[in-house]
Design a protein around this ligand. Structure first.
Ligand SMILES: NC(=O)c1ccc[n+]([C@@H]2O[C@H](COP(=O)([O-])OP(=O)(O)OC[C@H]3O[C@@H](n4cnc5c(N)ncnc54)[C@H](O)[C@@H]3O)[C@@H](O)[C@H]2O)c1
Length: 381
């Protein structure tokens, strides 16, 4: 029997437009999902480029205005893969139109925007989810299982960093295609909302809410040419951000993100130290989880490097045979699978808009703590 179809309309054909298109194209080939997702419409402002994207990915149609996309009766899900300044307006309008809404992270440019999005989605009662995809790296999902099983015991430390090096040149302009991340009006913030948001989402998923933070941020290059105005303009984003955190469970956290760590392209690492065990995960080796269990026999005690490719590891039974690993794009396929299954069961899979708002409360607190040079209580914590 054929499955009910779920028509997807994606806004944005950039980096994330490709990962989401790939996810919805692949998901039902590998997962027994209750819906057949259909790539119904791709929406972007440049028609010629949108049509080329449509052909490549097999979309049914093209829209050049997201408002027209939302007005369409044949679209069930609006999936926002456009820059941060577009999320609130599109998500709120889509929710009011009764669509299921998926959004890229961060949900809003700040928690105030995110609050409005959460209110609209919850008032409309529509399914909603944010693509914090690192939760669905099988090794990170296994870490969550280990935490849930109590393997770590009392947690003392959580450590995360996300390091890049692509903005070191002062010749790099800000704004416009590909460089909107350097424009605070579009991005909301710099590495705090872009990179640390990922670290914070995973951290709170694994280790619970963050209660308070102390932070430093720096903008190393104070002025850059703006691609849209052609003028040299002040840079409003944080180039680097580091913070200390107190978690509600009593553990301490250290977090760092920068785009000035020469040699690092996307080094996201996390570590948790508990009384009984520790875990380490590293995006550049994403199919491995390092695990140290103090309960092991003394002579054999040491760090295990677990290759997350067995059928009983999270998500892995859907892929190849034990020993063969998967990669970055699969995290989006996993999230699409969980979304489709959740839709059918009436349970919105996490992270929901409300979960993402909790992350934005932390990023807002980090920026305020850096500005005020003081500890900051996290709103809602
Ligand atoms: N989950 C992740 O790991 C991850 C990774 C990268 C980016 N992101 C997030 O995804 C979003 C998009 O980032 P990206 O790297 O794909 O950006 P990108 O610059 O590669 O692509 C953005 C796309 O949005 C389109 N766009 C911009 N304004 C639009 C509008 N008003 N209407 C329709 N289309 C519009 C652009 O034409 C482009 O196709 C951001 O919110 C970003 O923070 C998440």
């Amino acid at each position: 029997m054929s499955k009910p179809r779920l028509n997807i309309g994606i806004v944005g054909y950039g980096f994330m437009g490709r990962t989401h298109s790939n996810a919805f194209r692949q998901v039902s080939k590998f997962f027994d999902v209750p819906y057949e997702p259909v790539l119904k419409a791709i929406c972007a402002r440049n028609r010629a480029r949108a049509e080329s994207f449509q052909q490549n990915w097999g979309y049914d149609s093209v829209e050049t205005d997201w408002k027209s996309l939302i007005e369409r009766k044949d679209i069930d899900v609006i999936d926002i893969a456009s820059p941060n300044d577009t999320h609130a307006e599109i998500a709120i309008a889509a929710a009011r139109a009764g669509k299921a809404v998926l959004s890229e992270k961060p949900l809003g440019r700040n928690a105030t925007e995110s609050q409005a999005i959460v209110e609209a989605a919850e008032k409309a009662g529509v399914p909603n989810m944010v693509w914090y995809n690192y939760r669905r790296v099988p090794a990170v999902s296994l870490a969550k299982d280990l935490v849930n099983e109590g393997k770590l015991g009392r947690v003392f430390h959580y450590r995360a960093k996300f390091l890049q090096d692509w903005t070191i040149s002062s010749d790099l302009p800000q704004g416009g295609e590909g460089l909107w991340r350097l424009d605070a009006r579009v991005a909301g913030s710099g590495v705090t909302g872009d990179l640390l948001a990922h670290c914070i989402d995973t951290a709170m998923w694994l280790n619970g809410p963050v209660d308070s933070v102390a932070a430093v941020t720096e903008t190393f290059i104070k002025e850059r040419k703006h691609n849209l105005t052609g003028k040299i303009e002040p840079v409003g984003i944080d180039d680097a951000s580091a913070f200390l955190a107190r978690f509600r469970n009593g553990s301490l956290g250290t977090f760092e993100a920068t785009r000035y760590a020469r040699g690092h392209k996307a080094l996201y690492t996390l570590e948790m130290n508990g009384a009984d065990a520790s875990i380490i995960w590293d995006l550049s080796d994403l199919h491995r989880l390092q695990y140290f269990d103090h309960g092991d026999k003394g002579t054999l005690r040491g760090w295990r490097s677990i290759h997350i490719t067995d059928g009983d590891h999270p998500y892995m039974k859907h892929w190849w045979v034990p020993g063969l690993q998967i990669g970055y794009e699969h995290t989006f396929i996993h999230q699409a699978a969980d979304f489709l299954s959740g839709m059918a069961g009436g349970i919105v899979p996490a992270p929901t808009f409300r979960d993402a708002l909790a992350t934005d409360y932390v990023t807002d607190a980090v920026l305020a703590a850096a500005k005020n040079r003081d500890w900051q209580k996290v709103a809602g914590a």
